[in-house]
Structure formats: structure tokens, C-alpha cells
Write a protein that binds this ligand. Structure first.
Ligand code: DHB
Ligand code: MG
Length: 629
């Protein structure tokens, strides 16, 4: 797939935008007129800048309100076009995007529009230029690519072609199969954008809420497949108008755009004959969480180990060459890294005690790693001692690490190969914790789409709809990324303001990261009793909560009493029941959760407001817990 992106998609000034676009790996760029007008250099300067970065200027846009103007205005419209042609020639691009007329003055009429385009095509041809016509979803007469195509067909000029834009076609639910019969040489360029399904005015939706393919809810892959079925092999160009992207990190948004196109091409590649996209392994199937690793120092480790022991974990092994210890319970492995050398220590120096890495168990680690790299993930590796394993690793969006391990290679035996088992210190019962149920990551609200694209493009996962969670100091947006089998569940909480629990965590930790870990049990009451015996202090839940829960779900009073006695939260969905028990906060707001699912599929979003209120009550203004676990 030949990749391009419109300058309007990202923030910054033109030189910064072009640099980020080239760095992200795009081959082409659409120059948006406003970006050029706001820039002090000449069109030739812009052209040179782009070429020096190895970028082709795929087109110049937009040229508005052209076709079907009444006679009195028609001449001036062509004069305007000639002026644009001058700029284009200086820029060094051969295509202009003409979007369908929205002017009150415009006359309808398909033959008149075709005649205008034929003349424009003649003028363009004299200068070696081309004209592409795009139907805006809110065009006055032309708002459907099928009508735009008919006009282009009747204009019947080699220098006049069609521009398709997935947003305009998909937002109006136009049958995309209509694209399949358009001759490929008449499709001059294809613009791509996705968007979340929101019921609102088309123009407002388009100008503020578009996002990268795969980040929204529109069938962009089906659209692209229809385009590819024509044999089209030109540029696919992202054109995303999004308020968040306009204010976001220039480089990160450009990188997301490139990743989104690679992922899209990979989805389409499998369904069409024309080669599109690069060969890469399938999305990686995750079968479990191999371990979660904390970076800390000796002092921090003492506190962390106290909590782990109160949760029923045991020290099972020590690393052969590093100051790293492995704790385990059931199938849950927690690694504590206090090694003074290496990435963990650097992460600790910035973030404090921090769950900075995790290992995901995949079907095939080599393939998963290859896919991640094909999708622009940044590889991570540190030197290892002889005989020890080099776990394939990638950096995640916040800078933390994801290791990829599997059962089919020695990687799955990391805890024997890299670690030495320790003598068990007595026969203490564990607390019945079985598995990592979910990993809750706190991220900046405006980076949620970046995380979403990262996980869903590399791993076989899906997203669930975003929900709003009310914090006493603001709103936190929550979205789940999970797989079908429930062996990978990540909840992402996006904080907009630093006074929320999530926002405080982000601010104090200097960035995104894992804020809580939820472990599963198959008997929450037994686990609660064992935890109590180990000195674990649950997060106290307001007694008022239990009256409401009893009434809402029609619970037996005895059950309500048991829940209340153990500070267990309750929820129910169509499938089943959910029980949640929380620890207090640790450090800047990190905590643990224990859950029992009885066929329940959700995450207790209804309870989050009470849990957040209770956690915040525990934290002193400066964020230190009053009562550590
Ligand atoms: O919102 C607009 O006006 C606009 C302009 C040019 C485009 O290519 C487009 O898709 C939308
Ligand atoms: Mg467009």
C-alpha cells in the first residue's frame, strides 16, 4: 500500500508536520491549503522541504465551490483555479482536490457540472496537472460518490478523475459495492478516515471526530477492500479532522496513522487479488499473562512484598544473575526487580515503584514479535547473561515493556532457566488466587486511541464501547480491550484532569501505567476469610452501598450481610454475577483487586464510582495512603 497523510491530520507547523510524517514512514503527503497559507516560505520552499524528506506531495487541497456556478461567477471560478494551478506547479504536485460545491449560488445539473470539469481538465492538461473530484457528504447537489463518479464519467477527460473518501461514503451508508465497477485509472486517490458512531450533524462529525482506520466504528476495511477489488494501486491517504489530534503529539499521531494503514492493509490483503500490504503473521492469540514485573528499590520491595504476602503470594525463585525475585500464587507470577542496572532501574528512577513490564503468553512468540515490529512497534532488548533467555520485548505506548513468551519454545520455561527455585518457608495456605483477571492501565485521555490501536492491531483482541466513570473530581473514560476467551483483559482508564484518582496517578507517576491488578478466585468468601487471616486490609466500602445493591438486585439479606462484612462489591449482567474486593492504595494510588466471576463478562463499571470514592478517602492530599495494606 502506498501511504499518504494530509497535513491537517496532525498538530504543529508545516515543517514540523512534514518531518513527523516522513519519520513515521509515509511516502506521500497532502498539503492542506491552510497549512501552506500559514507558513512563511514559498510554495517552492515547501516542495523542496517535502522532497528533501523523501515525501511525494500527493495533492493540494481543497479547492471549493467550483462546479455548476452561474454564468456571472463562472469566469472567476476558473481564474481562481488557475491561481491554484500556479501554486501547485511551484509546490511540485500534479493533483488538486476539488470538493463538491456547497455554495448557495451553485446550480445543480449533472451535465453542467461535467462540462465545467471537462474545461478544467483541459486547462489542467496544458500544465500537466490533474483534477480529482470528491463528493462531500454535505455537498449541495453532489453528496454521494456515485453522482461524483457520473460527473467524472461524463466529463470524459483523461485529466479528470474521482477522489473517494471513506468518511463521506460510509457516514452516509452508501453501498460500497458501487465502487467495484469504477475503472481503477479513474480513481485518482483514495482518502481514508474512520469515526466513532455518534448521531450528529455530518459536517460537525466529519470536522471534529474523524479518527484513524481501526480506531472508530466505520467499516473502513470493507471500503478499502472494495477499492482494492478494482485493482487500484495508488495512494491511500489519511485525512483526519480531529480536535484531539490537532492538539496531540505531532509525532505520536503521525506514527498512529502509519500503524493504522499497515494494519488496514493487512486486513484487506487477505481478501483481494491485487497485492496490498506486506506479509506478516496473524494477530497474536494471547493465552495468558506470563508475569507482571515491578521496578523498585530495596526499600520499596519490602513494602511491596508485605502486600504480596498479605495477598497470599510466596517467594518461589530468585534470578540467577540479577537482583530479581519471583513471587507466585496459582498461575499468577509477580516479578520484583531491584537490580541497580538496566531499564527497570531507570524506569524506577522516573516513576517510583511501578509495574513497568508484563509478559504475555502467545501461541508463537517469534511470530507475535515479527508482527509487532511490522506494525512499527519499538523493539526492546537488554543484555542477558550466558545461558539466560532473551525474551522478545517491545515498548508499549507509555514506554513500559511487553515481553512475548510462548509454551512451544524455551521462553515458556523462563522461571526455571533464568531463575533458581528457593526453599519454601513453611506450609502457609495461599488465598486461593488463581489468575490475572485483568490489568488496569491508566493513560492520558488523549492517548487512549493510540493504546487501542497498539493492542488491537498486534494482538487478537477487540474493544468494547467506552463508558464514563464518575470520580468525585471529574470524569474518567474507560474502555476495555479483551479477547474472546478472557485470557487477556485490559481496562484502560483515560484521565482528563489530575484531580481524579486516575489523573493523580498519571501526574505523580509522570505518565501512563498499570494502576491496578485484578486477580481471580473461584470462591470470593473463602479468599476474603484467608486474606483477613493474613492481615490484609480491604478497602472499606460505604455501608450505604449495600442497601442500594440489595434493593437493586433483590439480594437475600444474608448475602448482603456477607458482602458488607467483607467489603465485597457486587454486580450482575445477563450472563451472571461478579464479586469484587479491593485493597487500599499503595504509593501514588496503585492497588489490587480480587474478583470472582460467575459467568459474568463485564468489569463492574457500576461499582467504579463507589470504589473510587473509597480509594480517594484513603489518600491524604499529597497522595500518601493513611493506612497502607
Ligand atoms: O470538511 C471539508 O470541507 C473537507 C474538505 C476536503 C476534504 O477532502 C474533505 O473530506 C472534507
Ligand atoms: Mg476528503
Amino acid at each position: 500500500m502506498k501511504t499518504s497523510i494530509a497535513t491537517v491530520t496532525i498538530s504543529g507547523e508545516l515543517p514540523e508536520k512534514l518531518e513527523a510524517i516522513a519519520r513515521a514512514g509515509f511516502e506521500g503527503v497532502e498539503i492542506f491549503e491552510n497549512d501552506f497559507l500559514a507558513f512563511d516560505g514559498s510554495p517552492a520552499d515547501v516542495g523542496k522541504m517535502a522532497r528533501d524528506l523523501g515525501l511525494t506531495i500527493t495533492l493540494f487541497q481543497p479547492f471549493r465551490d467550483f462546479e455548476g456556478m452561474p454564468e456571472a461567477l463562472r469566469g472567476r471560478t476558473f481564474d481562481r483555479a488557475e491561481r491554484k494551478f500556479d501554486v501547485m506547479q511551484e509546490l511540485g504536485t500534479d493533483m488538486v482536490l476539488v470538493c463538491s460545491n456547497v455554495s448557495q449560488a451553485a446550480l445543480g445539473g449533472i451535465d453542467r457540472a461535467a462540462a465545467d470539469f471537462r474545461e478544467l481538465g483541459e486547462r489542467a492538461a496544458k500544465r500537466g496537472l490533474k483534477v480529482g473530484y470528491e463528493a462531500l457528504a454535505w455537498g449541495r447537489y453532489v453528496n454521494d460518490h456515485r453522482d461524483a463518479w457520473e460527473i467524472v464519467r461524463r466529463a470524459d477527460h483523461a485529466n479528470v478523475g474521482l477522489i473517494l473518501d471513506s468518511f463521506h461514503s460510509l457516514s452516509r451508508k452508501i453501498d460500497i459495492n458501487s465502487i467495484r465497477s469504477i475503472p481503477k485509472e479513474k480513481i485518482f486517490i483514495v482518502q481514508l478516515a474512520d469515526a466513532p458512531l455518534i448521531d450528529m450533524d455530518l459536517l460537525y462529525w466529519s470536522r471534529h471526530f474523524r479518527n484513524m482506520p481501526g480506531e472508530g466504528d466505520l467499516p473502513v476495511a470493507e471500503f478499502t477492500e472494495a477499492v482494492a477489488s478494482t485493482g487500484y494501486d495508488g495512494f491511500f491517504s489519511l485525512e483526519i479532522f480531529n480536535d484531539q489530534f490537532r492538539g496531540g503529539s505531532t509525532r505520536k499521531i503521525a506514527a498512529d496513522g502509519h500503524r493504522s494503514l499497515i494494519y488496514l492493509a493487512d486486513q484487506v490483503r487477505r481478501k483481494v487479488e491485487t497485492p496490498i500490504g506486506i506479509e506478516m503473521p496473524d494477530r497474536a492469540a494471547v493465552t495468558g499473562v506470563g508475569f507482571i514485573e515491578f521496578a523498585t528499590d530495596e526499600g520499596g520491595a519490602v513494602e511491596l512484598v508485605d502486600i504480596l504476602r498479605a495477598l497470599g503470594f510466596r517467594k518461589v525463585a530468585v534470578h540467577r544473575s540479577k537482583k530479581v525475585t519471583l513471587y507466585q500464587q496459582g498461575d499468577i507470577r509477580i516479578v520484583i526487580n531491584v537490580d541497580p542496572l538496566g531499564f527497570a532501574n531507570a524506569a524506577y528512577a522516573v516513576h517510583g515503584t511501578f509495574a513497568y513490564a508484563m509478559a504475555l503468553v502467545v501461541d508463537d512468540a517469534t511470530q507475535a514479535y515479527a508482527r509487532a515490529l511490522a506494525l512499527d512497534a519499538e523493539p526492546f532488548a537488554e543484555p542477558v547473561a550466558e545461558g539466560e533467555l532473551q525474551l522478545p520485548g517491545i515498548r508499549e505506548v507509555g514506554g513500559g515493556l511487553i515481553y512475548l513468551i510462548d509454551e512451544k519454545s524455551p521462553l515458556g520455561r523462563f522461571s526455571e532457566i533464568d531463575f533458581e527455585a528457593v526453599e519454601q518457608e513453611g506450609e502457609d495456605e495461599d488465598a486461593g488466587l488463581l489468575q490475572v483477571d485483568h490489568i488496569a492501565q491508566t493513560v492520558a485521555y488523549d492517548e487512549m486511541l493510540t493504546w487501542l490501536l497498539f493492542y488491537t492491531s498486534i494482538f487478537e483482541t477487540r474493544k468494547t464501547p467506552m463508558v464514563d466513570i464518575i470520580d468525585p473530581s471529574g470524569v474518567v473514560r474507560s474502555q476495555v480491550i479483551e479477547n474472546q476467551t478472557g485470557t487477556l483483559r485490559i481496562t484502560m482508564n483515560g484521565a482528563e484532569n489530575r484531580r481524579t484518582l486516575a489523573g493523580h496517578f498519571m501526574a505523580e507517576k509522570f505518565g501512563a501505567g498499570i494502576q491496578h491488578l485484578a486477580f481471580s478466585t473461584d470462591n470470593i468468601f473463602l479468599t476474603a476469610a484467608r486474606l483477613r487471616a493474613k492481615g490484609f486490609k480491604p478497602l472499606p466500602i460505604s455501608p450505604n452501598y449495600y442497601g442500594d445493591v440489595e434493593a437493586r438486585f433483590g439480594l437475600e439479606p444474608e448475602l448482603t450481610e456477607r458482602l458488607k462484612a467483607e467489603n465485597i462489591l457486587y454486580d450482575r449482567d445477563e450472563q451472571g454475577e461478579y464479586f469484587q474486593l479491593y485493597s487500599g492504595t499503595y504509593g501514588e494510588g496503585f492497588f489490587f483487586e480480587v474478583v470472582e466471576r460467575r459467568a459474568y463478562r463485564g468489569y463492574g463499571a457500576q461499582n467504579a464510582i463507589f470504589r473510587i470514592a473509597a480509594l480517594k478517602k484513603q489518600m491524604r492530599p499529597e497522595g500518601v495512603p493513611k493506612d497502607a495494606v
